[in-house]
Design a protein around this ligand. Structure first.
Ligand SMILES: Nc1ncnc2c1ncn2[C@@H]1O[C@H](COP(=O)(O)OP(=O)(O)O)[C@@H](O)[C@H]1O
Ligand SMILES: [Mg+2]
Length: 434
């Protein structure tokens, strides 16, 4: 087990706390470094005054009063004066900037022979020497004169500020973390195959974008699941029905004429083939095809229309001048043949196709003279596996318009199933031209 926490929340809090401690210590260090010199000079100044006053007092006092004077200085100020000897050795000063600055200043003000020590004859204190007529004296002051007062209190305040900052960091990080936790929980649900509730897209932009992307992804997955279930149900129904008929036909082979049965079986096999084609079109990853830049929609339509001529179908195409468009050629051919097949199957024998261009849209219309689709049902017919009642008798999967819709949307366009003037359906595909 390591002490490094596993959650983002505590890692962030810990990192922020560490950063604050380092910043605090750095700041403290800078403060101490910049404060050393003025403090050393100030203390030196005070000591110079004490020594000068003491020396003056000693020089001017009557010899008989000197002892009383020294006694009083010791009692009142903690200042003690001793006679010394210039030859006497005192322990060297510790190598600290503060003491070095102080010593230099004392020598400058009190004379070059001035000595500074923190211990003399085994007694601790601030020891400063001075001379009266080549005789050396030592003044001893309490150590407290050069020590900084109670750094402990400052450490205490510092710790308090630090603690408050860490609590603040915790609150901030926890706030950012909340939507992340929600996302994590939803992702876990999704992973277990359940549908998570939509996540509230609130908070900072990054989190909002993430939540939206996640919501979209969850919705996509759900839709794909539903489509797959539909597809499987459709496959089993649409393929098994003609297969069952073929089996039945084979069993009746003895009772009826073979040529009649053969035609029926051929029809069923054709239906199965068409159904499989639709299933594959529907299941195909739709954006796999690369976009042809600058395609000519009219030429593309013409190519598809020509496929119907040898079959004896009456498909008329009236092109209009169009701007060139970025298209997926194969997908668009699939879209068009689905619409023509529908018109021929559900609508009747003649199909009119028109292209055109108004404003920013290029449109393609496939029209017939059949029963049409009532406006109320138009939206529903674009869903996979939906068919109108009158289509039940015809073969088909109900996937055609779903494929058309998907291809149109892939091109940034839309499909509209409109009533045709004079009766019939006007299937209109609108594509953006810009
Ligand atoms: N041109 C049309 N005229 C009348 N009804 C149509 C036409 N095109 C499509 N429909 C209706 O929309 C339904 C869905 O069409 P589609 O998705 O292509 O499925 P399918 O053609 O396999 O039945 C059809 O079953 C039919 O009821
Ligand atoms: Mg169809």
């Amino acid at each position: 087990m390591t002490l490094w926490p596993r959650t983002l929340l505590w890692r962030s809090v810990l990192l922020i706390a560490a950063l604050l401690v380092v910043a605090h210590l750095a700041w403290l260090q800078i403060f101490r470094a910049s404060e050393t010199e003025p403090r050393a000079l100030q203390v030196a100044q005070q000591i110079v005054s004490v020594v000068n006053l003491t020396r003056a007092a000693l020089v001017t006092a009557e010899p008989a009063r000197r002892f009383a004077l020294l006694d009083e200085l010791a009692q009142r100020e903690g200042i003690q004066v001793y006679a010394g000897d210039p030859a006497e050795a005192v322990p060297a000063l510790p190598d600290r900037p503060f003491l070095r600055i102080m010593e230099a200043r004392l020598r400058q003000d009190l004379g070059a022979q001035t000595r500074l020590a923190l211990e003399r004859e085994g007694v601790a204190g601030v020891w400063v020497s001075f001379r009266i007529d080549n005789e050396e004296f030592w003044v001893s002051l309490p150590r407290s004169r050069i020590e900084r007062n109670t750094p402990l209190r400052w450490i205490g305040w510092g710790a308090l500020v630090l603690a408050l900052a860490v609590v603040g960091a915790f609150l901030v990080v926890a706030r950012i973390n909340r939507p992340l936790r929600e996302l994590t929980r939803a992702a876990e649900q999704l992973g277990r195959g359940r549908t998570p509730p939509r996540i509230n897209a609130t908070g900072p932009v990054e989190i909002r974008t993430l939540a939206q992307a996640f919501n979209n992804m969850a919705a996509d997955i759900q839709r794909q699941d539903e489509e797959r279930a539909l597809l499987l149900a459709g496959v089993s129904h649409d393929l098994r029905t003609p297969l069952a008929r073929i089996r039945l036909a084979l069993e009746m082979l003895d009772d009826r004429g073979a040529s009649e049965l053969k035609a029926g079986v051929a029809q069923d096999i054709g239906d199965i083939d068409a159904a499989i084609g639709q299933f594959l079109d529907f299941a195909r990853p739709i954006d796999a095809e690369t976009v042809m830049t600058e395609a000519d929609l009219n030429a593309l339509v013409q190519a598809v229309v020509e496929r119907y001529t040898p079959l004896g179908k009456n498909v008329q195409f009236t092109p209009a001048p169009l701007p060139r468009l970025p298209l997926r050629a194969q997908a668009l051919q699939r879209l068009l043949s689905n619409l023509i097949d529908n018109a021929l199957r559900h609508g009747g024998d003649s199909v009119d196709i028109k292209t055109g261009h108004d404003g920013k849209t290029v449109y393609l219309e496939v029209m017939d003279r059949g029963p049409g689709i009532p406006p109320a049902d138009a939206g529903r017919m674009l869903q996979p596996f939906t068919r109108m009642d009158h289509a039940r008798s015809t073969s088909g999967t109900g996937l055609g318009l779903a494929i058309v819709d998907r291809i149109a949307r892939l091109h940034g366009g839309a499909v509209k199933l409109l009533p045709r003037e004079g009766g019939g359906l006007r299937a209109r595909v609108e594509l953006p031209s810009a």
